[in-house]
Design a protein around this ligand. Structure first.
Ligand SMILES: Cc1cc2nc3c(=O)[nH]c(=O)nc-3n(C[C@H](O)[C@H](O)[C@H](O)COP(=O)(O)OP(=O)(O)OC[C@H]3O[C@@H](n4cnc5c(N)ncnc54)[C@H](O)[C@@H]3O)c2cc1C
Length: 386
């Protein structure tokens, strides 16, 4: 959908119509700002479209990512209110399910990994439980008899990320936001140390035009480092990490929890789909589905839930995770007045959408960015270039 209105001078330009750009744009529009999202293809079809929709900060907690973990836990806590307001503005009900995750072990190596996984989460005070093979199968009867133990993480949630994207798009438009699709931003325009606007490719004429805007939000996911115009030290060190998920019709093995094991996760969705993910491939911007990745996912999933061999394969979902050098996002203001970042959410963009949208829009509206300080672009200034 491309709405036509003259936009040669606008208040706020959001670069990128993925989950982060749409969520941030929606919050700004909700506060009465005139916001235009520029999207190079179709809004809502970036990495978020391919995502598994897991909201699992406890399972995903990394050993040296304290700030990210706190931000993630806070984002999960904000989700119910965020979804309530989203329904209010979009008329679309997006439900998040608190199914919990079972992290399963099949062999001795897995058991050692499982113990480390359990110990770390217990130290953090998360309510994790260790289960024997039998106990695991009581919770999830379709698991293979080869599963010898598991850790249950009861506080993990997940949602349908495609429904979330549809709701964000509708809510943004309902609040007066404009989306220009097929409109890649080719350059960020600066006037000294102040944001002045963007250059964008006009979908009709295929020529570049300048759009003036004093406030820019860079939310172009894995492509955020590819747009011209920024001084080198202000280009976020983001690279694409390809992820593939197999979308199965799972009537023959309905699962009720998210199942994780080495090299695979299985996420049951409400409409009878089962998502089997995900690969993690450094292939630049190439998004072709490779046979090896499909084979590995199916083999790993089959080892845990043998019944998947009877499930029709409906779709192969591929997306590019936007990964910063330290795998945490870049958020908030930059040394260029009027330029804000909302990029580099790597594996957690769906989970982090509420906090990103709330805090980035808060910093645009008020100038206060205290909560975003750990994610400032300035953290890369002292380290060597990537
Ligand atoms: C297989 C897979 C599974 C995942 N599972 C989960 C999960 O379970 N939970 C979770 O929290 N996260 C998950 N993620 C991560 C999550 O999808 C991403 O972190 C999130 O989508 C990032 O959002 P984004 O808006 O920054 O980027 P994207 O969703 O990629 O959106 C960026 C948008 O910017 C547009 N764009 C790019 N360049 C330009 C330009 N020059 N001009 C205009 N527009 C431009 C793109 O076309 C795109 O629409 C998963 C990702 C993958 C690939």
């Amino acid at each position: 959908m491309s709405q036509q209105r003259k936009t040669d001078s606008i208040e706020i330009a959001v670069i990128g119509g993925g989950v982060i750009g749409l969520a941030t744009g929606w919050r700004l529009a909700r506060s009465g700002k005139k916001v235009v999202v520029f999207e190079k293809k179709e809004a809502g079809r970036g990495a978020g479209w391919a995502s598994a929709g897991m909201l699992a900060p406890q399972t995903e907690a990394g050993y040296e990512q304290k700030d990210l973990l706190e931000f993630s836990l806070e984002s999960l806590r904000k989700y119910p209110e965020f979804l309530r307001e989203l329904t209010e503005d979009s008329g679309i009900k997006v439900e998040a399910g608190k199914t919990g995750s079972l992290f399963c072990a099949l062999n001795r190596d897995d058991l050692e990994r499982l113990q480390r996984f359990f110990d770390f989460r217990q130290r953090l005070g998360f309510p994790v439980m260790k289960l024997k093979g039998e106990e695991t199968r009581e919770k999830e009867p379709y698991l293979s008899p080869r599963v010898t133990a598991s850790v249950f993480v009861p506080d993990d949630w997940h949602l349908d990320s495609r429904k979330l994207l549809a709701a964000l798009k509708t809510a943004f438009i309902n609040k007066g936001g404009l989306i220009h699709e097929d409109s890649p931003v080719t350059e960020i325009l600066l006037d000294g140390k102040t944001a002045a606007g963007i250059k964008v490719l006009d979908p009709k004429t295929k020529t570049e035009k300048e759009v003036k805007a004093n406030t820019l939000v860079l939310a172009a996911g894995a492509w955020s480092s590819q747009i011209k115009g920024l001084p080198e030290n202000l280009i976020p060190p983001i690279r694409p990490i390809k992820g593939m998920i197999l979308n199965l019709k799972a009537e023959s093995c309905p699962l009720s929890h998210v199942i994780r094991a080495e090299g695979v996760y299985l996420v049951p969705k409400q409409n009878g789909r089962l998502l089997v993910g995900a690969t993690s491939e450094e292939k630049g911007y190439d998004v072709s589905p490779l046979a090896g990745g499909i084979k590995d996912l199916l083999q790993n999933a089959f080892d845990i839930v043998p019944g998947i061999s009877e499930c029709p394969l409906e779709e192969i979902q591929i997306g590019l995770r936007p990964a910063n050098r330290d795998h945490s996002p870049v958020l908030g203001p930059s040394p260029i007045q009027g330029l804000y970042y909302a990029a580099g959410h790597y594996r957690h963009g769906i989970l982090l959408a509420p906090m990103t949208a709330l805090e980035v829009s808060h910093s645009v509206l008020t100038g206060d960015f205290e909560r975003l300080k750990p994610f400032s672009i300035t953290r890369f200034f002292s380290s060597a270039a990537a």
